[in-house]
Design a binder for this molecule. Structure first.
Ligand code: MLT
Length: 277
């Protein structure tokens, strides 16, 4: 059975009942894909289409993004992770392969911290385990001030341009437009809440050595936000990890080089779960 574009499932988290948007499509081992900031689950469309014949791909919207309810209170990476776990409980999904890109990776690490027994494989793309530097926090504070003063539009346009690498910018300018379309018009509060949660996220490096499931680390070779060195550092400490570097792609490697990205995930998961589907 292929279940398509479920929306508006009501789940209950420790923070109270919230509406969460998600897609769930396909058959086989569940694969949960967590989106980057300031996007939403729509960024995974190509991966959902390319993996659903072998995996049940579940892509949630974080609170405040896509079809999920706007946060009323401050959030943390753990709170986003609890929302994801609550959704998976509501979907009857006890164990799953877990992937996240950038902010999705930060949240994936917190899922690993909260419920390591539920994760059977880990995929971290264009992300990092270390917390923000003081300079990084200052940039977040400036972004929050800009959004509060001017509204989100100018910030989103500038930020979308930074998400892709120089090759995409010069050779595939339509990708930035596509990213802006996926981003849409998230409410200012969703953006500022997520920025402040990312600024105060914990150091996930202490978790890495204890990850006892196979891991795939993917990075765009032209990623400047979470550069290849950050990916190499994670892959070196994760006990069972392989690293895939995607040429001519920046921070949004799954959208800049969708075929290469999907192929890497497919090869990794098919090797780990040869009987899936
Ligand atoms: C993302 O892509 O999720 C963000 O760029 C992450 C970040 O700003 O640290």
């Amino acid at each position: 059975m292929v279940v398509t574009r479920q929306r508006g499932w009501r789940v209950h988290t420790e923070a109270g009942g919230i509406r969460m948007g998600y897609d769930m499509e396909g058959n086989g081992t569940p694969l949960v894909l967590l989106h980057g900031f300031p996007l939403n689950r729509a960024m995974w469309r190509v991966q959902v289409a390319g993996l659903r014949d072998r995996f049940t791909v579940i892509a949630p919207d974080f609170r405040g993004f896509g079809d999920s309810e706007i946060p009323r209170n401050p959030m943390s990476m753990d709170a986003y992770a609890q929302d994801v776990l609550a959704l998976l409980d509501a979907l009857g999904c006890p164990r799953f392969a877990l992937g996240g890109l950038s902010m999705g990776g930060y949240v994936a690490f917190r899922v690993m911290a909260l419920a390591p027994h539920r994760v059977c494989a880990l995929l971290i793309a264009d992300s990092r385990a270390e917390p923000d530097t003081e300079e990084g926090r200052q940039r977040r504070r400036a972004a929050i001030a800009r959004i509060e003063n001017e509204g989100p539009a100018g910030y989103l346009e500038d930020f979308a341009g930074q998400l892709v690498g120089p090759t995409t910018r010069s050779q595939r300018p339509g990708v930035v437009q596509a990213i802006l379309e996926i981003i849409g018009t998230p409410p200012a509060r969703s953006l500022t809440t997520a920025l402040s949660a990312m600024a105060s996220r914990p150091d996930s490096r202490p978790l890495l050595g204890d990850v006892n499931v196979p891991a795939l680390v993917i990075v765009g070779e032209e990623d400047t936000l979470t550069p290849p060195e950050a990916a190499e550092a994670m892959a070196a400490v994760l006990p069972d990890a392989r690293l895939v570097r995607i040429p001519a792609a920046g921070h949004m490697s799954n959208l800049e080089a969708p075929e290469a990205f999907t192929r890497a995930v497919r090869e990794f998961l098919t090797a780990e779960f040869p009987t899936a589907g």
